[in-house]
Write a protein that binds this ligand. Structure first.
Ligand code: FEO
Length: 174
């Protein structure tokens, strides 16, 4: 593998691990605010991010490249409100999307089409994550701090189910 791509993928694995760490911190903060549904939603997100790190690690290892696990940065532990948490989460996902886009671009320039095709899955996932977090942020913003709306939303978010990003795709066709 091209060393520049190898380095970029290693950096991205670290970023996915940081994302997981960040969402754990957000989840803990929302639990302290007595919002178990919001907290649960972000706990699931933290698990998904760990799954992304594993998915990317497996890809790198399958290409015969070693992984260098770097230190994971310390995330914040407090925000102004639940709305600020989702604003920060949305902005974080926008940053992740731009990093993956850059690596995809690099892979195409270096003619590593296997990596660029692998990263398509991540780009699709990013679109969904940005949309989900933006929607929750907007709902909180338009709630105007109404406790009824926040409680209703909290109940809704408590229903989120974990989907393993590394689960094999089962073909429904006979
Ligand atoms: Fe895996 Fe949301 O970045």
């Amino acid at each position: 593998m091209n060393p520049k791509i190898e380095e970029a993928l290693n950096r991205q694995i670290n970023m996915e691990l940081y994302s997981s760490y960040l969402y754990m911190a957000m989840s803990a903060y929302l639990k302290r605010l007595n919002l178990p549904g919001f907290s649960h939603w972000l706990e699931i997100q933290a698990r998904e991010e760990l799954g992304h790190a594993l998915r990317l690690s497996n890809y790198v290892l399958n290409r015969g490249v070693s992984i260098v696990f770097e230190k994971i940065a310390k995330p914040p532990h407090s925000w102004e409100s639940a709305m600020e948490v989702f604003k920060a989460a949305y902005e974080h996902e926008q940053l992740v999307t731009s990093c993956i886009t850059e690596i995809t671009d690099l892979a195409i320039r270096e003619k590593d089409y296997t990596t660029s095709s692998q990263l398509q899955w991540f780009l699709k996932e990013q679109t969904e994550e940005e949309a989900n977090e933006l929607e929750i942020y907007r709902q909180l913003k338009s709630s105007d701090n109404s406790s009824e709306v926040i409680i209703m939303l909290d109940r809704e978010l408590a229903k989120r189910v974990y989907v393993d990003p590394n689960a094999p795709v089962i073909n429904a066709q006979p």
